[in-house]
Design a protein around this ligand. Structure first.
Ligand SMILES: Cc1cc2nc3c(=O)[nH]c(=O)nc-3n(C[C@H](O)[C@H](O)[C@H](O)COP(=O)(O)O)c2cc1C
Length: 244
């Protein structure tokens, strides 16, 4: 165990100056990895960008009321509320000269994260696992099957707790490693933290709450999202639902 602890400690405190001498793929002028995940030939849902019925609160109010929420009211999120959460959490704000800027900071603008969502109880959207298409503000269907709620719950080690949605933050390591080589895993975890915090604070706006979850079944979750679990894997997730 001691060895494992040492090894993992090293991974989160690399010596930054070593990076200057590293021959990264970027410095070698290798092709830049694909920046956006796409799912071919699937159902696509355009999300709303009209948030006029969402009553805003101050940042201090959101920070002040935020607590991990583990018990939820049995009430569907509206289509607009779901759209709003994803818009604030994971959207691409703009692309300038090929550089991708999101609502959250991403290490060196490498945009390595993707976002998936399990829709459990949202008005006008069928239950299923969806990819949030971050540059188009759309959902793309990944899978729909009987008994999905049970599978999702099992992959969360029974922590679904009746939440209306589960948001999964995943990482495509090749994107961050292109510029930052073995510093990638540390940067990936930091980026996921930014995303989850945006989600938690946005949930407060709609009188909902989030519970960040790191204790999930890695293999089952990656399988559920249909990602390979090697260079693209789940790094963090959160359940979200209405406050009682
Ligand atoms: C990295 C991280 C992982 C967490 N994983 C879980 C988890 O798996 N299950 C859970 O119920 N809460 C999880 N939490 C929530 C913490 O338990 C919670 O933030 C902590 O108890 C403090 O409570 P608060 O969020 O209400 O301030 C996690 C929080 C963080 C930051």
């Amino acid at each position: 165990m001691k060895e494992k602890i040492e090894q993992n400690r090293k991974a989160i405190r690399p010596t930054w100056s070593d990076l200057y001498d590293l021959k990264t793929y970027k410095k070698m002028k290798k092709p830049r990895p694909e920046q956006f995940l796409r799912i071919k030939d699937t159902k696509v849902i355009d999300l709303s960008k009209d948030f006029s019925s969402i009553k805003q609160k101050t940042l201090s109010e959101c920070i002040g009321s935020r607590r991990s929420l583990r018990s939820y009211k049995d009430q569907a999120l509206s289509f607009e509320e779901l759209s709003y959460l994803l818009w604030e959490t994971s959207r691409v704000d703009h692309i300038d000269n090929g550089i991708i800027y999101k609502t959250i900071p991403t290490a060196g603008a490498t945009n390595s994260g993707e976002t998936f969502v399990y829709i459990n109880q949202v008005e006008h959207i069928e239950k299923g696992i969806y990819l949030y298409v971050q540059d188009k503000h759309q959902l793309a269907l990944v899978s729909q099957k009987d008994d999905l709620t049970n599978e999702v719950n099992r992959a969360l080690f029974r922590q679904l707790r009746g939440a209306q949605i589960v948001v999964y933050f995943t990482h495509v390591l090749a994107r961050v490693e292109y510029k930052y080589a073995y510093f990638g895993p540390k940067l990936a975890t930091l980026e996921a933290g930014h995303a989850c915090q945006n989600l938690s604070l946005s949930a407060e706006i709609i009188d909902a709450g989030a519970c960040a979850i790191a204790a999930y079944d890695q293999e089952r979750t990656d399988r559920l999202l249909n990602i390979n679990g090697e260079d693209h894997f789940t790094i963090y997730c959160a359940t979200v639902g209405k406050k009682n």
